[in-house]
Design a protein around this ligand. Structure first.
Ligand code: PEP
Length: 272
């Protein structure tokens, strides 16, 4: 495996889960615009404009249409889930073409809360990922082990099974796949994985991915870390090899906090 390079951009993605009403989303982007207009320097704006640094927010479905206000840099907006079929009798689901119709190009798939609470399996994750990649979406596929799995030494086995469920993407032209390693025990607990755990696990993920989709595609697939990322710990997380950004829950809900995460991402580009 090649040593990691910063040929991949940094992505900071905010997963808002079932938080922030339409009104709160509008307030977030209005405050985010005011704040970033005031505090972001030329370097930070330029990283965001060039997409060396990418920002993405996954709000609730009802907020998809309203986010974001025109900003001085792009912020991608994504859906927290989507079905593999394009239409049909699937009550409560939303399809790729429906999202595309309102300008959405990013989708989150297989979040641990979907797996834990809504019966998402590696098979359904595979079906969603394959269909959405074929439709041209940027797909962030979440993987990660539970506390019991880590404590019983099964982390690599579980990640391997989850990575095995990545569809055969060799036939898809220009697949925009992103993997997010989110240890379930670190999500929303205030206890992020340690640098050592992240370094070891991301290295393993890159190798497993290489076996699954081939070295070239694996090398260009961004790997995010998620789980209790905050403005205080993101700098050290972004220093880990094979970490190309972060998927952030709680700390992405406040404009200043999300802006701080982006500023840390911009700084990390200067030192890589
Ligand atoms: C998440 O839900 O994807 C997440 C990482 O949450 P938090 O940052 O709050 O741990």
């Amino acid at each position: 495996m090649n040593p990691p390079t910063r040929s991949r951009s940094i992505l900071i993605a905010g997963n808002w889960k079932m938080n922030s009403s339409l009104q709160e989303t509008e307030k977030f982007f209005s405050e985010f615009k005011n704040y970033t207009d005031r505090v972001f320097n030329d370097q930070e704006i330029s990283h965001l404009k060039s997409q060396a640094l990418q920002a993405c927010i996954f709000p609730s479905f009802t907020s998809l249409l309203k986010a974001p206000l025109p900003l001085s840099f792009p912020v991608h907006i994504g859906a927290q889930n989507a079905h593999w079929e394009k239409k049909g009798s699937f009550t409560g689901e939303i399809s790729g073409p429906m999202l595309k119709e309102v300008g959405i190009q990013w989708v989150l798939v297989g979040h641990s809360e979907r797996r834990q609470f809504f019966g998402e399996t590696n098979l359904t994750v595979q079906k969603r990922t394959e269909s959405l990649l074929k439709q041209g979406f940027h797909v962030i596929l979440c993987i990660g082990e539970s506390r019991e799995e880590r404590e019983s030494g099964k982390t690599k086995e579980i990640l391997s099974q989850q990575i095995q469920s990545i569809p055969d993407i060799s036939a898809i032209s220009d697949p925009h796949l992103i993997l997010a390693y989110e240890p379930v025990w670190a999500i929303g607990t205030g206890v992020a994985a340690s640098q050592e755990q992240i370094i070891e696990t991301h290295q393993n993920i890159r190798c497993l991915l290489s076996e699954k989709i081939g070295a070239n595609l694996a090398e260009t697939t961004p790997l995010l870390y998620g789980g209790s990322v905050t403005p205080d710990n993101i700098t050290s997380l972004l220093q880990c090899p094979h970490v190309d950004g972060a998927l952030v829950g709680g700390a992405s809900l406040q404009p200043e906090s999300f802006a701080s995460l982006l500023r840390a991402g911009s700084k990390s580009l200067l030192f890589s």
